[in-house]
Design a protein around this ligand. Structure first.
Ligand code: AMP
Ligand code: ZN
Length: 141
């Protein structure tokens, strides 16, 4: 797609530091990494976000995810690794071509916070059942 920076990376119009490529996906170093090894995995076809991702694109992309994660693990032996995908500006998405972040973690001071305050008291088993029912009703819509 014309003005998309990640489409331009995939087609080589914009330079990138490539990690992996096959006929369906492209992985490259995040230009502004959080930690050493911070890698982005994108589908070659333009897909805005997870909401718009066809199943086949998802299958091809996630099939490669363990390969990327294990390569980072073998290379740098991080203490852990987060895979993060932001969908929508409110959720922090800044580039609107789906991408999965691979962020190796080395220590607690790296600046990534993935802890949240739980709202368990609001979500009783009854409420959880209602919420699940609403999601189930919409699974194929
Ligand atoms: P997000 O905020 O989840 O949309 O993440 C977008 C990511 O793309 C950020 O971490 C940026 O550092 C990264 N990024 C933006 N432009 C480039 C580029 N030209 N090459 C590599 N990474 C990029
Ligand atoms: Zn694109």
């Amino acid at each position: 797609m014309n003005d998309c920076i990640f489409c331009k990376i995939v087609d080589g119009t914009i330079p990138s530091t490539k990690v992996y490529e096959d006929e369906n996906v492209y992985a490259f170093m995040d230009v502004s990494p959080l930690t050493k090894g911070h890698t982005l995995l994108v589908p070659k076809t333009h897909v805005k976000d997870l909401f718009e991702m066809p199943e086949e694109v998802a299958a091809n992309l996630y099939a490669v995810a363990p390969k990327i994660a294990n390569a980072i693990k073998s290379a740098f032996n991080p203490a852990g690794l987060n895979t993060i995908n932001n969908n929508g500006a409110f959720a922090g998405q800044t580039v609107f071509h789906y991408h999965l972040h691979f962020i190796p973690r080395y220590d607690e001071t790296d600046g990534l916070k993935v802890k949240w305050e739980t709202k368990q008291s609001e979500f009783t088993p009854d409420v959880l059942g209602q919420v699940a029912a609403q999601i189930k009703e919409n699974l194929n819509s």
